[in-house]
Design a protein around this ligand. Structure first.
Ligand code: AMP
Length: 452
């Protein structure tokens, strides 16, 4: 779960990437970075922190420099959400090295399921690692490849790796963008001023007023230089398996992901939920921001008034972002407050996108009880999350996933609601239909790739 962005040669490449990353900030708030290629010279700014903090005046001035070539600079950028790695700055991306054929920058969203195995093999051959990122494995494999051009080296490298990923590379004056063969992680192509731009989500294109052109296809390797695109499909095709959690929780509401509007998909999930799990209630409220569209869908289908019963502070990040339980608990209180006038003595349907560990819902129920709510009917707009993600979404181990080891009644008791219901797998499938082939391993346990 990270955001990636790239511009294939533009005088304003650094500024456009800064804006693009800003529109992808919801995909990761721990670190932000950008690498710029200017006629073989690399400029790089990679730090911990939000996009607005990392790219201050000084950083942007440095990155902008004065691109020497007529083509202007090429950039790749990254916002990082920690997964299995620790917090160290070394794990912030893009990673940038100098190897036999010049400078190489890599930024990646996702994870390789055989990361450990490939890293061990490389270490046995003497490779030295500076980070715990999947991207560094790619760099080593590219550097070891015998191929004459970076795109061929990348193809050789990816042949050793399995997983769910979207990736951008900068080398030899080219921006290379690729997705795994299943299309698990998202990546789209856009154009601005005739120049190719890539972004994890369309929201990155919208902000810089680039036109959306198309998704990068699963397994496609795009070599981009200015307005030129060369496309390769070196691997055997696989069944499309786009990550459903993008639509459940992760992507921004105004994005089109996998050719399907996130807002509309979430509304459909909410509407399906209301049809299968109706309840007599006075008001429907969302858990902001993740439950908003599903709550609108639920309220419209159930013909129950929609209200804002919980207010979210916009000065705290997503609850999960701090990976320590103590901070996460505290975060819920910091983040949400109850509107008594909406809730007092009412029968309330509370709609959220998912329950992972059950910590958030429990806090919310207790917050609502202290605001004087009459009844709390918790409705979750996805099926129970019972399996960890191996493709970059930060879900904890199975042992920590509350629905993996507790019945519906037990989860309801744990969170303290009067009733609890999840969207059924069938309702979920219908809501996700337009995405045309998705990965639901987190709810079904059916993983599209072979696992180690
Ligand atoms: P909890 O059940 O306390 O673990 O938290 C579940 C809530 O966190 C959900 O309502 C989502 O809004 C949000 N959430 C779900 N998955 C993630 C994730 N991978 N990263 C950050 N937040 C998440």
């Amino acid at each position: 779960m990270c955001g990636i962005f790239g511009v294939a040669g533009h005088r304003e490449a650094a500024n456009l990437t800064y804006l693009g990353l800003h529109a992808l900030q919801h995909r990761g708030q721990q670190a932000s970075g950008m690498v710029l290629w200017d006629e073989g010279h690399i400029r790089e700014v990679v730090k911990r922190g939000l996009v607005v903090d990392v790219f201050d005046d000084k950083a942007l001035q440095y990155l902008n420099g004065s691109p020497s070539g007529a083509a202007g600079g090429l950039t790749i950028g990254h916002v990082r959400y920690p997964k299995r790695e620790k917090h160290a700055l070394q794990n912030a991306q893009p990673l940038c090295v100098s190897y036999a054929r010049g400078p190489l920058g890599v930024a990646m969203d996702g994870a390789f399921v055989n990361y450990e195995e490939v890293r061990c093999q490389l270490e046995e051959k003497g490779a030295v690692f500076q980070s715990e990122t999947d991207a560094e494995v790619v760099m080593h494999l590219v550097a070891h490849a015998k191929a004459p051009a970076v795109e061929a080296s990348l193809i050789e490298a990816l042949g050793h790796l399995r997983g769910g990923y979207a990736m951008v590379l900068l080398a030899e004056g080219k921006l290379i963008a690729t997705r795994d063969i299943y299309g698990i992680r998202p990546l789209v192509l856009g154009k601005r001023d005739g120049i190719w731009v890539v972004s994890s989500e369309t929201t990155g294109l919208d902000l810089i007023e680039a036109d959306f052109v198309r998704e990068i296809e699963p397994g496609e390797i795009c070599v981009l230089q200015g307005g030129h695109l060369e496309s390769h499909f070196p691997f055997a095709k696989a069944k499309r398996a786009c990550c459903a959690f993008e639509h459940i929780y992760f992507a921004r509401l105004d994005s089109e992901v996998f050719g399907c509007s996130v807002h509309e998909a979430r509304k459909r999930m909410g509407a399906a939920l209301s049809r299968v799990h109706p309840v007599s209630a006075d008001v429907v409220i969302p858990v902001p921001d993740s439950g908003v569209a599903a709550a609108i869908g639920y309220a419209q289908a159930a013909r129950i008034p929609y209200e804002q019963g919980l207010i979210r502070s916009h000065y705290v990040g997503r609850t999960f972002i701090e990976p320590q339980q103590s901070i996460r608990n505290f975060g819920v209180k910091l983040k949400l407050s109850a509107v008594r006038s909406v809730l007092n003595a009412k029968r309330v349907v509370v709609v959220d996108d998912s329950i992972i560990r059950g910590t958030t819902s429990k806090k919310i129920v207790s917050l609502l009880r202290s605001a004087g709510v009459g009844e709390i009917h918790m409705r979750i707009a996805s099926p129970p999350t019972e399996w960890p993600c191996c493709y970059g979404i930060d879900t904890p181990s199975r042992a920590e996933l509350i629905s993996a080891s507790h019945s519906l009644e037990e989860v309801c008791t744990h969170i303290g609601a009067d009733t609890l219901a999840f969207l059924s797998p069938t309702g979920f499938k219908e809501a996700m239909q337009p995405a045309n082939g998705f990965c639901d391993a987190c709810v079904s346990g059916r993983y599209p790739t072979q696992l180690p």
